[in-house]
Design a protein around this ligand. Sequence first.
Ligand code: XMP
Length: 319
Amino acid sequence: DWTMGKFREEEIAKVRKQVGTGRVICGLSGGVDSSVVAVLLHEAIGDQLTCVFVDTGMMRKGEAEEVVTMFRDHYNIKLVHRDAADMFINKLDGVSDPEKKRKIIGATFIDVFEEEARNVGGADFLAQGTLYPDVIESVSFTGGPSVTIKSHHNVGGLPDRMNMKLIEPLRELFKDEVRILGRELGLPEHFVGRHPFPGPGLAIRLPGGVTREKLEILRNADVVYLEEIRNAGLYDAIWQAFTVLLPVQSVGVMGDARTYDYVCALRAVTSTDGMTADFYHFDMEFLARVSNRIINEVKGINRVTYDITSKPPGTIEWE
Ligand code: XMP
């Protein structure tokens, strides 16, 4: 019968057979999926694997450093780290349409990734952390009526352009299975248990335009919220939790001064595969604590709201 241990062995054997003496490139995003792919491939083919981490500048606080430390220093995986934050922020300047943001980030990502892949001498294969829900969502998006709810970017188009074959060892797995595989491969628990994080990152948690100032405010609020969630022991019970910085300013009063700052929305949902989701039922004391801390500690925010929309009809992200 089927076990994750067997799956791991079979995938490793498959990859070795498929790759032979070829070279593989893998885009690392800092998320669970691409991390599991990288570690699995490293186990299968060692130094024939090069990982490329494109820092879009849309990541959470400290995340880029964490990725580099873990893969380069801990796992000894060949890793190219490209800090492209300025490029992404400049290209997003003045853009507020969610799909335009995704397309700009997707296209820029591909350009930068391609350049770095060329810099390391190219490869025969591209490894991706595509999951089963990605496979079916994109099929129904393109195969069904011409409705695109959201264009999940990953790196579509790249394999053709660069003449690379695709390796997608997670294609048959759901997220919870990827986590089991990650544990099987010895990835640290705090990494395996990480909430999913979208490719376009914080850009789609800033409705309206993306600016350095707003990114900074959003990052600071996110840290406080997630710290409280972890302290309350709720992190693992939640599928995804994040803050959204609304493009709305509201009037407040702090001490004896009037404030006019941004509104922050808190989002937390439970889900098993991200296709449907319920908002998380926090107790009011928890929400009050988060609200007080964010307003007191994060410069630029003077009001906090909680999003009680489930999916459907809402989506998990706001954009
Ligand atoms: P939604 O917001 O559509 O999200 O309910 C479902 C899951 O997908 C993630 N998500 C994305 N992931 N690129 C990604 O790689 C994207 O453009 C994107 N949009 C949403 C979202 O975080 C949730 O886990």
